[in-house]
Design a protein around this ligand. Structure first.
Ligand code: DTR
Length: 337
């Protein structure tokens, strides 16, 4: 009897230790709400990792800034306040001299192509800016367009208007005559509601995902820069993971970038439909001369980026040449799909 009891205790405890020793729990912080694309891709990654490691890894997700916010995400992951975090490189100007090449007005037309190009550039150049963390994936948004409370049918109507953006997008707004107000996306709903800003410059899926369609019923087609993102992991945590788990995560890196790009492109389309059907939103196009004027005014940003990149010991010309080559290649490939 006693023997049986001891054996039972041993088996129960033994199996408990086995499970808890084998289950790796990772915290994953994200700054915007669960309904938005950075958090949707986070849930997809969590599911893929949990499934492909056969439950060996469990990922606890924290959307909406509940663990780390946009402004302290990078530092928070480096310091280990979260194991994994999602950052937008545009929110910390000067910190990511290489990957912010995506913020230049280079004519990306989709999030999918921007995401693949960003990932391939990162893989090739392994820039120092990410030295302190392990990068799990990267993606770029769809191109940025103007969403405003009042119509912007020409550049004169944009003059002096307070518009929220971040990073190079803020510089672009200033160059075009608006007054840029720099803040992360997660602070934008309040700024719009309080009237601190009269609109924003971003990819258009936010019309639906944040319901900005209700506040900014006018859109102006500009198809400007994209915003680059990275999902990063604390380096010590990464080094502590077993090889098979690392392999699952490494195999997911490009796949996750593509998944996110495709998801976002589809979401932009849905969002425009949503804004039209529910809020009668209107999309304006500028006159052809104004588009040409914008291109001309923004051209110097490329030279400016090159100067900064060179100061940071980056091969600026080579990076840009690779970017254009990859962009052209993947755009052609996407067109035949
Ligand atoms: N366009 C960038 C990044 C961005 C686009 N959609 C979302 C949704 C949630 C958070 C960030 C973003 C921006 O304007 O910040």
């Amino acid at each position: 009897m006693i023997k049986k009891f001891v054996l039972t205790i041993f088996l129960v405890l033994g199996s408990y230790c086995l499970v808890s020793a084998e289950t790796i729990r990772l915290s994953y912080a994200n700054f915007p709400p669960a309904s938005t694309f950075p958090s949707v891709q986070m849930e997809r990654w969590k599911e893929a990792v949990e499934e492909r490691t056969n439950g060996q890894v469990r990922v606890d997700t924290y959307p909406g800034g509940s663990l780390l916010g946009a402004r302290n995400m990078f530092r928070g992951v480096i310091q280990g306040q979260a194991d994994i975090g999602n950052i937008c490189m545009s929110y910390q100007p000067g910190v990511f001299p290489m990957t912010t090449v995506l913020e230049l007005p280079l004519g990306f037309t989709s999030s999918k192509v921007a995401s693949i190009v960003l990932w391939e550039l990162f893989e090739k150049y392994q820039p120092q800016e990410f030295e302190q963390v392990k990068v799990l994936t990267m993606f770029g948004t769809a191109p940025s367009n103007l969403m405003t409370k009042q119509p912007v049918r020409n550049l004169a109507e944009l003059k002096g208007m307070e518009i929220r953006a971040s990073g190079t997008a803020s510089q672009i707004l200033d160059i075009l005559g608006a007054v840029a107000v720099d803040m992360p996306m997660s602070e934008t709903p309040e700024a719009l509601q309080r009237g601190m800003v009269k609109g924003l410059l971003s990819s258009l899926e936010v019309l639906m995902d944040f319901n900005f369609a209700a506040y900014t019923p006018y859109q102006t087609r500009l198809d400007l820069q994209v915003y680059p993102f990275a999902v990063i992991m604390n380096k010590d945590k990464w080094n502590s993971l077993p090889q098979d788990v690392q392999n699952v995560m490494e195999e997911l890196r490009l796949e996750q970038a593509i998944w996110t790009g495709e998801y976002m492109d589809a979401q932009v389309e849905k969002s425009l439909e949503y804004a039209r059907d529910n809020y009668d939103n209107q999309m304006f196009e500028l006159a052809a001369e104004e588009y040409a004027e914008i291109d001309e005014k923004l051209e110097f940003l490329i030279e400016k980026w090159k100067e900064e990149a060179t100061k940071n010991n980056l091969p600026a010309d080579e990076i840009l040449a690779d970017l254009f080559r990859l962009k052209e290649y993947y755009e052609a490939e996407l067109a035949v799909q």
